[in-house]
Write a protein that binds this ligand. Structure first.
Ligand code: S3P
Length: 170
């Protein structure tokens, strides 16, 4: 049983889809942000503020390396910026099937309008930030993915069923 890894931009629904998928498949759900927060006893915004983004990115790489040592068959939701490092894309491939939840910037802006927990989207024009970051990242998400699913206007259940169809028997 391979791991199923959920990637995609902030607000694409990795966590909600992960919860539902793990329930339906009866598999453990692991979230890299939560794993890092537990290990370092700091929230992601605190880590960005006190140690900086690069330190957080190193933690993400370390987290993937640790996951490679763990039993397979998990659902793993990873932070939105994690696939941007080349090394991480290699580690993701080794770790399992990578499902990219592709979302439009408009959807992200609606969903994260009131968000205060994503350091990269705080201060200034959120919409501009989302668009610029997504433009920079889009092709790297595609590179890292085995399966791409467009999520805009779909319910969690529809997305989960698509993932189940596309990963059947894995
Ligand atoms: C980030 C996404 C966040 C979190 C951190 C950085 C990013 O995770 O890892 O704020 O660079 O896109 P979510 O994608 O779960 O929001």
């Amino acid at each position: 049983m391979k791991n199923i890894i959920l990637t995609g931009f902030m607000g694409c629904g990795k966590t909600s889809v992960g919860i539902r998928l793990s329930y339906k498949m009866r598999r453990t759900l692991t979230d890299t942000d939560k794993k890092i927060e537990r290990l370092y006893r700091m929230s992601v915004p605190e880590i960005f503020e006190k140690l900086g983004e690069e330190a957080f990115r190193d933690m993400e790489t370390q987290c993937l390396e640790r996951l490679l040592e763990e039993p397979e068959g998990q659902i793993i939701a990873v932070g939105g910026g994690l696939p941007m490092r080349e090394r991480n894309r290699g580690l993701l491939k080794k770790l399992g099937r990578v499902v990219y939840l592709r979302v439009k910037p408009e959807t992200v802006c609606i969903r994260l309008a009131a968000d205060t927990q994503r350091p990269l989207l705080q201060g200034g024009d959120k919409e501009e930030k989302v668009r610029a970051l997504m433009e920079k990242r889009a092709s790297l998400y595609e590179d890292a993915a085995d399966i791409t699913i467009d999520v805009d206007e779909k319910t969690i259940d529809v997305i989960v069923n698509e993932i189940l169809e596309k990963t059947e028997g894995e």
